[in-house]
Design a protein around this ligand. Structure first.
Ligand SMILES: [Zn+2]
Length: 77
């Protein structure tokens, strides 16, 4: 099927975001990379957070910030 070239489809954005984080996780860079920060990577992470599958991927790649983990010091194991 040719002629269908819609770039605004959510599935396409999700796939693009997924590729971006996978690329960066492999130690790769992109055109947006600069000095340890990357707007493309930041966008991809935000995009993946909107999808359950994306959240799972972020957890697997350990890209999620454990924001709701209270630091409890002095707690014996
Ligand atoms: Zn990048």
């Amino acid at each position: 099927m040719s002629g269908l070239d819609e770039s605004d489809r959510p599935a396409d954005r999700f796939d693009s975001a997924r590729r971006t984080v996978l690329q960066h996780d492999d130690g790769g860079t992109c055109l947006q990379c600069a000095d340890g920060s990357c707007r493309q990577q930041a966008w991809a992470i935000e995009e993946l957070k909107k999808h359950p599958g994306g959240l799972l991927l972020l957890q697997q790649l350990e890209l999620l910030n454990p924001s709701n983990q209270p630091t409890q010091e002095g707690q014996p194991r």
